[in-house]
Design a protein around this ligand. Sequence first.
Ligand code: FEO
Length: 392
Amino acid sequence: MEIKEIVKNVYAVGSKDPHRPLFDQLMPLSEGTSYNSYLIKGNDKIALIDTVYPPFEEEIENKLKDMGIDRIDYIIADHGEQDHSGALPKLLEKYPMAKIVTNAKCKEITMGFLPLSDEQYMVVEDRAELDLGGKTLQFIFAPWVHWPDTMFSFLKEDRILFSTDFFGAHATNFDLFWDEDPSIIPLAKGYYAEIMMPFARIFQKYLPMVEELKPAMIASSHGPIYRRPQFIIDLYKQWSGAQKKNQVVIVTVSMYGSTTQMVDYLKAELEAKGISVKQHDAVHLNMNALACDLVDSAGLIVATPTVLTGPHPAVVEPIFLANVLKPTLKYVTLIGSYSWGTMVVQKVKEMLGNLKDTTILEPVLSKGTPKEADLTALKALAGQIEQMHQTL
Ligand code: FEO
């Protein structure tokens, strides 16, 4: 990623990592991600907003050198996670007079991960301001977006909101800015699903606050800078809102085909009612695709045979994911076959304990291959789901 001027005396100096295959060793990345860092030159002081992931610390050092930066006064740490804070020690070696400007929680977190000492920090309070000379940064605490330490930095004169992970996208095919091209949506949505969705109830209160700031740009720590911020704000409102698509997710695994027969029957019934079915094969799971579908689907159906009284291990991972990502589903249910005994319903219910506001529809279990009564029960389930979709 080249050095880019955003507005006069504000520069993007971060890195792109287009070949990174996974984020958090969990989510597949289609085009890698970026670690955004921004340099602000005031008349009196120079500040760097966030650093980069450690493998790119040499790259940022070289950029700053190429820009002739021989002094940094402040390194703002908006968030302690190491994809943004990891290069702090190396940059402080290079710029030993720089103070890390952050909140008390971020200080605690970064000191836990990195070899940093107390005197290297300048701790700020919520809404504190830092005057760089003609450029003023205001720090706005936004805890749990997505860690307890997260804060935004607002550059008042240029009205740029540096929003840390909030509004990010795992993207690298961009120059610097993004306006309203919808091709960013799947990347921003995948990012949202993993990083932000678990905190949707908390961050919803920040959306009006961000709108009130009337930012001219939103510069997140991953992906492009939004020059029309309402575009990404509206997407966040939509994804975190109560309105769901006429769509259901089915996560499936089958050993001898009985559960597949049930899935095929239920899917045909649902599709005949105009409900879109997003089927995910649990054995060859794409976590990102599943997480994206959980954002705006109305319901989740787990289709699993019973294995040693519980769910097949292949569906345990997607069930765990659904539980921790906390999508605002209207309902969940379970279908599947068993041979000689089952506790699958009880076990799956326990695994989905976070989905407290979600209705559990009566599961359909078939002893052996599905018989006429099982198909009748699946038909009734499709009718119940159709009813729930009337009020989406
Ligand atoms: Fe991109 Fe929470 O770090």
